[in-house]
Each structure stands twice: as structure tokens, then as C-alpha cells.
Design a protein around this ligand. Structure first.
Ligand SMILES: NC(=O)c1ccc[n+]([C@@H]2O[C@H](COP(=O)([O-])OP(=O)(O)OC[C@H]3O[C@@H](n4cnc5c(N)ncnc54)[C@H](O)[C@@H]3O)[C@@H](O)[C@H]2O)c1
Ligand SMILES: O=P(O)(O)OC[C@H](O)CO
Length: 347
């Protein structure tokens, strides 16, 4: 049995803590909101973020980070990306250099557009070698109800990735290891842009062909940026790429997809975010990816169009029209596919 700490008492932190506790580990969740901490301790429910889901009765919670991290040799960080700098500062004095630290965050650190693992490795150098990224198609609402789910854990350290796999895996949650940390992190992060876009086009009733087009061409631009930032292109055809893209673009659980739909209904961005009331990582990620695309000279037309929609510079219908009217292109132009027939080799 491990002593595990989960930092973040939102939907994902709670669902992951429940997995660990159901697997027989001694788990304590740290949350900053006393009301949520009390709900976890006294009602075995997270009535703010996962109402109605019954949690393990051995799961404990605290608002004292020192208490959470004392003797913890397995730590999961599951707060929104914008909270990562503050959380790193807060935990730095207490986290053990022996701990295996898994981050389950899907976003960039603004304004520098740093990956979360990259940021954490610098902010918490003592755990850099034991850092793991957890990603993949996994809505907290389903994980907490034990629906069969698959995720990926990636690390530079094979033993850290395998420890995370052993500790988290059970008959409802299948955990794969990976060595491509950058790809696993970027797949889970960038798909949120496309889910926002699909929510918008579904909200405008543009149909299933449009959805398939956005998902497929979205995956192409996610992969292009990922490869420029050091990822393996193959990772984008795995769980952390296409797997997470499918679940986020097609599930009513997705906050990013729902945010897109609300925007299409005419709500402003701030009205949309306050109506959702939870992390909608795709918004910050759209700005981050558009900036990274421009500094790395990567073509990301969907991301660029969505950024203009979020800035209020173009109506969603017009953004779609502009995307459809882009210059003619070869589907595999950007991935360097060689022509397959003699005829294509003619100038
Ligand atoms: N919900 C899911 O199904 C799911 C699945 C996979 C990954 N994720 C990712 O997990 C991360 C966390 O998302 P979530 O879904 O749990 O969000 P959430 O909105 O459900 O909960 C966010 C939690 O973080 C806390 N928080 C916010 N700012 C904080 C700060 N400065 N210090 C401490 N705590 C702070 C909030 O109080 C809340 O408990 C996101 O990057 C998200 O993309 C979520
Ligand atoms: O609810 P979303 O849109 O933040 O998506 C949650 C997870 O990333 C799905 O894998």
C-alpha cells in the first residue's frame, strides 16, 4: 500500500483519487476549498464537481498541503494549467525528492506557452527525473462510475511510468506506458481546441461531415505543431491523440465541447465560462497554440480561425466559410507523403 496525495479537488483530481483509494492505497486529496474538502470527508461525495458519484469511504481530504504531502511517495497533480505556477510554489518545500509525481493537466502555462511537465521540471527540480504525464480519453464522470477507460502514462523514466501504471491500473482502468512525454502531453492539450470548434459547429447545426472534417484536419494540425515541438507523430494516432480527440469532440461531458456550443448560441466568452463553472482549457490553449504556430512557422488554420472567433473578430459562420475557401491543397502535403504513382511524379 502506498501513501498517495492528489493535489486538486476538482473533477479529475477526485476521480483519480477515487481510483487510487479503490485500489487499496492510502489517499489524501488536497483542495483549497474548505466546502469541497468537507463534502469529501463527511459525505464521500464531491458535490461541487462530481455530484451524485459515490466515492470510496476511505478517501480523505485536507486543505493543508503539508498534511497531504507528508510521507507521500506517489503524488498526482490535477489542477487547471493556470494554477500550476502557484501550486508548484506552494508544494516545493513539502514534496519528497523520492516521490513519483504524475501530472494530469491538459494545458499550457501562459504567457510563455510552456508545457506543464517542462514548467514543473524547472520549478520542482528535485522530482524532475520522476515526473510522469497522464493523458488519454477519460472523462472524470465516467471514470468515477467505473466505465471501462484507457489512459497513457509517459515519462523519461521507465520505472516511474511503470510505477504509475501499477498503482493506477485496475479492471476498469487500463493504463498504457509511453516514452514520448511531449507527444502525450500535447495530444491531450491540443485536442481541446478542436473540441471547442466542434462544439461551435454542432451548435450551428453544421452536421456530421463538418465534425469529421474538423476532427481529421484538426488532428493534422495538432500533429504538425507537436512534431515541431519534439513529439513523435505516431503518438497522435494513439490514445493521447486521436483517442482523446474522439472522446472530447463527441461527449456531452466535455466542458470544451459544451463551451463551443454555448458560444454558438450567442453567449459571450465570459458568459460561457461562468456558465460552465469548471476548467475550459481549450480557450487558453487556442491562444497558446496560435502563438506557438506562428513562432515555429506551423500552419494551423483551424486554431487561427478559432482564435479570431474567441477574440470576437469574426462570427463562427464566417470563420467556417473562410476555412472552406482556403487555397487548394494536397491532403498529405504537410506530412511529406511520397507520390504513389508515376503520374504524380510529373511536374
Ligand atoms: N475533468 C476531466 O474529465 C479531466 C480529464 C482529464 C484531464 N483533465 C484535466 O485536469 C485538469 C484539472 O481539471 P478538472 O477537470 O479537475 O477541473 P475542475 O474545474 O473540475 O476543478 C478544478 C480544481 O482546481 C482547483 N483550483 C483552481 N485553481 C487553483 C489554485 N490556484 N490552487 C489550487 N487549486 C486550484 C479548483 O478549486 C478545483 O478544485 C485540467 O487541465 C483538465 O484539462 C480533466
Ligand atoms: O471536459 P474536457 O473537455 O476538459 O475534457 C476532459 C478530458 O480531457 C477528456 O479526456
Amino acid at each position: 500500500m502506498l501513501k498517495a496525495a492528489v493535489l486538486g479537488a476538482g473533477s479529475w483530481g477526485t476521480a483519480l483519487a477515487n481510483v487510487l483509494s479503490s485500489n487499496g492505497h492510502d489517499v489524501i486529496v488536497w483542495g483549497r476549498d474548505r466546502r469541497v474538502v468537507d463534502s469529501l470527508n463527511y459525505r464521500h461525495e464531491n458535490d461541487r464537481y462530481l455530484p451524485g458519484a459515490e466515492l470510496s469511504t476511505t478517501l480523505r481530504a485536507t486543505d493543508d498541503v503539508n498534511e497531504a504531502l507528508t510521507d507521500a511517495n506517489f503524488v498526482i497533480v490535477s489542477v487547471p494549467s493556470k494554477a500550476i505556477p502557484d501550486v508548484c510554489t506552494l508544494v516545493a518545500p513539502y514534496i519528497s525528492s523520492e516521490a513519483c509525481v504524475v501530472h494530469a493537466v491538459k494545458g499550457f502555462i501562459r504567457p510563455d506557452n510552456t508545457r506543464v511537465a517542462e514548467y514543473m521540471a524547472k520549478a520542482l527540480p528535485k522530482i524532475a527525473g520522476r515526473l510522469v504525464v497522464l493523458s488519454g480519453p477519460s472523462h472524470a464522470e465516467e471514470v468515477v462510475r467505473r466505465k471501462p477507460t484507457t489512459v497513457v502514462v509517459a515519462s523519461e523514466s521507465r520505472s516511474a511510468a511503470e510505477m504509475a501504471q501499477d498503482v493506477l491500473m485496475n479492471e476498469h482502468l487500463r493504463v498504457y506506458t509511453q516514452s514520448d512525454m511531449v507527444g502525450v502531453e500535447l495530444g491531450g492539450t491540443l485536442k481541446n481546441i478542436i473540441a471547442l470548434g466542434v462544439g461551435l459547429t454542432d451548435g450551428l447545426d453544421l452536421g456530421d461531415n463538418t465534425k469529421a472534417a474538423l476532427m481529421t484536419r484538426g488532428l493534422a494540425e495538432m500533429t504538425r505543431l507537436g512534431v515541431q515541438l519534439g513529439a513523435s507523430p505516431l503518438t497522435f494516432s494513439g490514445l493521447a491523440g486521436v483517442g482523446d480527440l474522439i472522446v472530447t469532440c463527441t461527449s456531452s461531458h466535455s466542458r470544451n465541447y459544451r463551451a463551443g456550443k454555448l458560444l454558438a448560441s450567442g453567449l459571450t466568452l465570459s458568459q460561457t465560462l461562468s456558465q460552465i463553472g469548471m476548467a475550459v482549457e481549450g480557450v487558453g490553449t487556442t491562444f497558446a497554440a496560435a502563438e506557438l504556430a506562428s513562432s515555429h512557422h506551423v500552419e494551423m488554420p483551424i486554431t487561427r480561425a478559432l482564435r479570431r472567433v474567441l477574440e470576437g473578430l469574426v462570427a463562427p459562420e464566417n470563420a467556417v466559410r473562410e476555412l472552406m475557401q482556403r487555397d487548394k491543397n494536397h491532403e498529405m502535403e504537410d506530412v511529406g507523403q511520397q507520390p504513389l504513382t508515376h503520374d504524380w511524379r510529373r511536374p
